[in-house]
Design a protein around this ligand. Structure first.
Ligand SMILES: Cc1ncc(COP(=O)(O)O)c(C=O)c1O
Length: 407
């Protein structure tokens, strides 16, 4: 008993890999909770979830899922996903010029699980995977967990945040396995021109890399859906990812998919991902029933959503660019912008964002959480609130910035 008492006072140690796993988007929420506890209202501009801002999942999809549950679809489903969902994904991507067959589609718990399956199946400890900078932080979090090495290729705000291809190529080593392309992009809102997309495929092809094409925002570009990257190279080494989260406004359903191009060089990778997927039995069952109706049915909600986002993007860029010391590239897709504030020497983006939060309750994420340099002063805004609310919030940001920057 005495021995037990002594040992029970010692924390159970956790694995060292967790030390490397950081996820700024959620980490900063702890700071926000403290601000809330002190009695201030926090305006959450940090998580890309349209639902709390009044956007709604299409009712027809909600109906399909509830009916599936009422009809008893509550058991495990096949680990790669239910057949109608796999076929719908294959049909939809093929119709858009990326020819894939249903047996090369896996249904996953969101794009997130697809990303984790692909990186786990591809990279050994010490292998390199190229990710954009700024990046969506899940990539680097998973790479840290599996002990792989992120190579951050620059994307250039002076050219609308497109990848710097020369820099990208300079990062390729003999141990580089994959190239992550997020287009349309979070956190920058960029949509890459076709020539850049072709050049990315060409680099991957020449250098023997797999492209992991994150297309979760493919349908939320303001000028209309972006063709899948795989449509530019149907035989290219492409694994594409998407989900119901953004374009179908159902992020909490954790329902997405991946598709592996018909290139036989990817057969082993597909088999490896299927093997890993077997281990988790299946992804959420009832919500998979919404995939075919979503992809093959009425999409009128997307035009409404895109128009709402276009308006918010315009308000964001116009208002933030009017603040002295700020610059903001106009987003072309999704609900994110990556403005820059010119900081005094020695000041970090995190200090600016934590200061902003404490003073105004406005919660954004500092750019270094996405891989930019702390002194560069980038931060990410999620602009899902109404245009009027955004105007009011940006006015507070402006007042705080004038004080913080000592103008
Ligand atoms: C670029 C990017 N990829 C993947 C995800 C994760 O999406 P899902 O909900 O499909 O897992 C997000 C979510 O914000 C994202 O921005």
């Amino acid at each position: 008993m005495r021995g037990m008492a002594a040992s029970s006072s010692i924390s159970i140690p956790v694995a060292s890999r967790v030390n490397n796993f950081t996820y700024a988007i959620r980490n900063i929420v702890a700071e926000a909770r403290a601000v809330e506890a002190a009695g201030k209202t926090v305006k959450y501009l940090n998580i890309g979830d349209p639902i709390p801002f009044g956007f709604a999942t299409p009712p027809a999809l909600v109906e399909v899922v509830t009916k599936a549950m009422r009809d008893g679809a509550n058991g495990y489903v096949p680990s790669p996903g239910i057949q109608p969902a796999r076929e719908a994904v294959a049909q939809e991507w093929s119709a858009r010029g990326f020819p894939v067959s249903a047996d090369r589609v896996l249904v996953t718990a969101g794009t997130s699980e697809g990303i984790e399956l692909a990186l786990t199946a591809l990279a050994n400890p010490g292998d390199r995977v190229l990710v954009p900078m700024p990046t969506y932080p899940l990539y680097t979090a998973v790479l840290a967990k599996i002990g792989a090495d992120p190579g951050y290729y620059r994307t250039d705000p002076a050219r609308g945040w497109v990848p710097d291809l020369e820099h990208l190529e300079s990062l390729i080593t003999s141990r580089t396995r994959a190239l992550v392309v997020i287009d349309p992009n979070n956190p920058t809102g960029a949509v890459y021109p076709t020539a850049v997309r072709r050049a990315l495929i060409d680099i991957a092809d020449r250098r023997g890399l797999v492209i992991l094409a994150d297309e979760v925002y493919g349908d939320v570009a303001y000028d209309g859906a972006v063709p899948p990257l795989g449509s530019l190279a149907p035989d290219g080494p492409v694994v594409a990812f998407s989900s119901l989260s953004k374009a179908y406004l159902a992020p909490g359903w954790r329902t997405g998919w991946l598709a592996v191009s018909r290139n036989p060089r990817l057969d082993d990778l597909l088999a490896a991902m299927k093997k890993l997927a077997d281990g988790r039995l299946c992804s959420n069952g009832p919500t998979q029933h919404a995939i075919a109706p979503a992809l093959l049915g009425d999409r009128s909600h997307q035009a409404v959503f895109r128009a709402a986002l276009r308006e918010r993007a315009a308000v964001t860029a116009r208002t933030l660019n009017a603040i002295p010391g700020f610059s903001c590239v106009q987003p072309q897709a999704a609900f994110y912008a990556m403005p820059k504030v010119t900081l005094r020497p020695g000041v970090t983006d995190e200090q600016f964002i934590v200061g902003l939060l404490r003073a105004t309750g406005v919660l954004c994420v500092y750019g270094s959480g996405f891989g930019t340099r702390p002194e560069d002063g980038y931060f990410r805004v999620v602009f899902l609130a109404s245009p009027a609310e955004l105007e009011a919030i940006y006015a507070e940001v402006g007042r705080f910035a004038r004080e913080f920057l000592g103008a």
